[in-house]
Design a binder for this molecule. Structure first.
Ligand code: MRU
Length: 352
């Protein structure tokens, strides 16, 4: 599909072409300059799309993984349930190893696993039908959750507010509306005239490339700044609230999100600005007691030294510290906004 000439629009961040047995995504590593659609059908392609961030953002990774699990299962030739399940389990574990931090990946794969187990004894064709239905349901529930998060978050915001966000917790990271951006979209529709500020989000620039792009394309008032300008911005009095997404929230409210989020939260506390974490219940991991136990992805040093520069800009051989996420301590979080409500400290998320 060549859609490079089309205006920016995302009907579905992740979609299934069931007839072709392909997942269709927009390659987020190429945005905003190039609108390149990818059609993926093989387990290695699914794994690489997550690993390389062609599809990214916790909820979108979950939706993508659900479709990927279904398409992997469609390729299994076994008709005996035990053999079918054993082949499916290998694909599930392989997909699950693509990125460690966003819990939505394992959450979605566990839901797909449950469908396979619950339908033991049925013909494979029926198991596949049930898996496809579950994957579509996961996507629909994500869209519904994002909208509800937006409605909940909007109750905390006033027209004319200056809002700061970090990374991309937008439409590109979910099925629709985004999480941190959902109230921005809804407020925009309702004439709230928000002034939105996006951190560029080094090293992979999700804020500059994706959030600034999608919000500006939706007609919002968006200003981009480098990550190290957030303190000056807050000191200027232009920010009334910070809204960010999340990749995994521990039972005590400690929250893993894109690297730099904890810096923004610390600054917000200093300047007395409310700091809101927005995410679906699928991003809450009650099995993890605190942020200390959240696995943090470490990525290639080239992302810091070389990527985005015409020539390498750091000395050859320099050691690089490049965690993809950090943990914001629960004490810095004003509220966690989900589809089921707004949670205030002390946070305590029990087993689902
Ligand atoms: O490495 P990424 O781009 O997948 O990181 C994304 C984030 O940190 C988002 O803020 C988070 O996944 C929430 S998306 C609604």
């Amino acid at each position: 599909m060549d859609s490079s000439s089309r205006n920016f629009e995302i009907d579905e961040t992740v979609s299934l072409d069931d007839a072709a047995k392909e997942i269709v995504i927009i390659d987020q590593t190429k945005l905003p300059g190039t609108r390149r659609m990818l059609r993926l059908s093989l387990p290695e392609e699914f794994y690489n799309a997550i690993k390389r961030l062609e599809v990214r953002g916790a909820p979108a990774i979950g939706v993508f993984a659900a479709f990927a699990a279904y398409l992997c299962a469609c390729r299994i030739k076994e008709t005996d349930h035990d053999k079918f399940y054993s082949a499916f389990s290998k694909d599930r574990d392989y997909l699950n190893s693509s990125r460690p931090t966003a819990v939505n990946l394992s959450w979605a794969l566990n839901r797909m696993d449950r469908v396979v187990k619950d339908n033991a004894g049925k013909p494979v064709s029926e198991i596949l039908d049930a898996m496809r239905a579950e994957a579509l349901l996961i996507r629909q529930q994500d869209e519904d959750a994002c909208r509800a998060i937006g409605e909940n978050a909007l109750t905390l915001l006033k027209p004319g507010y200056g809002l700061l966000t970090h990374c991309n917790a937008g439409q590109l990271a979910t099925s629709k509306y985004g999480t941190a951006t959902a109230a921005m979209y809804l407020g925009h529709e309702r004439g709230y005239d928000f002034h939105i500020f996006c951190d560029e989000t080094r090293p992979l620039l999700q804020g500059a490339r994706l959030t600034a792009y999608e919000l500006a394309a939706a007609g919002m008032d968006v200003t981009l700044q480098c990550d190290n300008m957030a303190g000056a911005l807050m000191a200027s009095g232009k920010i009334d609230a910070v809204l960010v997404g999340c990749d995994r929230v521990a039972a005590n409210g400690d929250t893993a999100n894109k690297i730099g989020t904890s810096v923004v939260a610390t600054l917000a506390k200093h300047y007395g600005i409310p700091f809101y974490v927005c995410g679906p219940m699928s991003t809450i991991d009650p099995s993890i007691k605190s942020g200390a136990d959240i696995p943090i992805e470490q990525r290639d040093g080239d992302e810091v030294t070389t990527m985005w520069y015409e020539k390498r800009m750091a000395p050859e051989g320099i050691k690089v510290f490049n965690p993809a996420f950090d943990v914001t301590d629960h004490s810095l979080i004003t509220a966690i906004i989900t589809e089921t409500g707004i949670y205030y400290p002390p946070f305590s998320f029990g087993q689902r």
